[in-house]
Design a protein around this ligand. Structure first.
Ligand SMILES: C[S@@+](CC[C@H](N)C(=O)[O-])C[C@H]1O[C@@H](n2cnc3c(N)ncnc32)[C@H](O)[C@@H]1O
Length: 194
């Protein structure tokens, strides 16, 4: 089990674990930053053929890569791909989603100038919180190590800290003995029954 615990201490693995505990077949979910489509595929598998995933990216090439990945795995029909900023999530996604995943920053191996920015990310996280059903979870992978990244992470954290108790539980998973540039996870659970 030691390996399993070690794996779960990685923020992205932890985000996946929490989303996996919440999503069931037939649910609706959002990947706010599709990139190469790994998280989109992860969500699509969990919601199954009767569920639906909305995936956003500003880069056509990223969405094309996501589309190819989904088709290869037979999950293309349950995903809507939106080539626009995630700040337009409210226009594109019907109310009532069980999970929203953000993986901020830039796509490794592509143009680093195309990256998430706090002016778009904070409204998008707010929109995601408005779409989320009780029992649903919102995860944000944060990367403070690149230019503008720390300000973006702080702005997202400030918004999430404002979500009221007892309707919301907000947590931060970060390395306590690593670099302050290390990636960390912010997550918000919309508490069921509140
Ligand atoms: C770290 S990558 C995402 C990785 C992805 N989740 C995966 O599984 O491969 C961040 C992505 O956010 C996208 N992005 C940047 N600004 C955006 C915005 N305003 N709205 C939506 N996506 C954006 C980038 O184009 C990039 O593909």
């Amino acid at each position: 089990m030691a390996d399993g615990v070690h794996g779960l201490m990685r923020p992205l693995a932890c985000a996946h674990d929490w989303v996996e505990r919440v999503l069931v077949p037939g649910d609706s979910a959002v990947d706010a930053t599709a990139g190469n489509g790994y998280d989109t595929l992860f969500l699509a598998r969990l919601v199954g053929p009767s569920g639906h995933v909305h995936a956003f990216d500003v880069q056509a090439a990223a969405l094309e890569e996501t589309r190819r990945r989904l088709m290869r795995e037979g999950c293309g029909e349950r995903v809507s791909l939106h080539e626009c900023s995630h700040s337009r999530m409210r226009e594109a996604v019907p109310d009532g989603v069980k999970a929203v995943m953000f993986n901020l920053g830039y796509l490794p191996g592509s143009d680093h100038a195309v990256k998430t920015v706090k002016e778009e990310t904070v409204p998008a996280v707010q929109a995601a919180s408005e779409l989320l059903l009780p029992g649903g979870v919102l995860t944000v992978m944060c990367y403070p190590g690149h230019e503008g990244g720390r300000e973006e992470c702080e702005a997202v954290e400030e918004f999430l800290e404002s979500l009221p108790l007892p309707q919301w539980r907000v947590v931060r998973l970060a390395s306590a003995n690593g670099s302050s540039d290390a990636a960390f996870l912010l997550a918000a659970l919309r508490v069921p029954g509140k």
